[in-house]
Design a protein around this ligand. Sequence first.
Ligand code: CP
Length: 335
Amino acid sequence: MKSHFQGKSFLKESDFNQTELETLIDLAAHFKYLKKQNIPHPYLQGKNIALLFEKTSTRTRSSFTIAANDLGAHAEFLGQHDIQFGKKESLEDTAKVFGRLYDAIEYRGFSQNTVEKLAEFSGVPVWNGLTDDWHPTQMLADFLTIKEHFGNFKGLTLAYLGDGRNNVANSLLVTGAILGVNINIVSPTDLQPTNDIQSIANDRALKSGAKLLITDNIQKGVEGVDVLYTDVWASMGEESSFEERIKLLLPYQINQQIVDMTKNNNTIVLHDLPAFHDLNTTMSQEIYNQFGITEMEITDEVFNANYAHQFDQAENRLHTIKAVMAATLGHLFIL
Ligand code: CP
């Protein structure tokens, strides 16, 4: 018997329904339990997996590699300058070669079209490790973290503050809409989700009952929410935009004042990482030298508070990515 997920790619959240996303989140919780109990789970024994990265990564690369090891597969890292892809060999030809050599492909890069074409021409499951449009594996980790903390998704509201047009904001809006979690995107009008993204989310919210709010009004956007979420103000490849983004987004920084504005003592804070919360990186030092600020999207105080759960999210990247890999490439009898 073939499971519903077998052979399927994981390219964007809107390819899946509420039951399917919940199944992957619950499977991830099961894998987390197995790992903590040292119970082997080699569902991908003998499989070979290509990890194609056009952008840098700490969590996603490590999670795919460790998940492959835990599942008994071998992962081969292929960085931007390691292979012929793009320079001497087309996307279509590369995908066809990969489809002959590998059992599955992970891709992190710029264009959503690239990951879609890799899936089309390779014929093997392709997993989106982040594109400019979507960050679907991040979503499974984020909503697993929320479920672990609150027990279920019923009646929860998440407010995202920051650049409301980036991949994480797009993915949160659509994933919340699918799962029935209310989502507030709290961003300046110039940085709010596109009509296309809002339309996908509104369509899914009609089915799940999630309430969606796009606003530049911080008070309205954060009052009563259960989860405050933020992300870097300039995504990979947008570093030249920092001056403009700092001007626009400083009022949307998650600091203690914003946490207090929720008027909810049980609010948690999430961040997909990496975060600009101190001066302990070369880039944050450069930004400090140029613009004189020591923190950006989240203050160090909030980052280190006991209600901030960004490292639970980071750990959950492993378990959720493992769930996607095993469900789509293994022979599990789920759904
Ligand atoms: N959150 C995230 O995608 O982290 P990396 O860029 O380190 O993979």
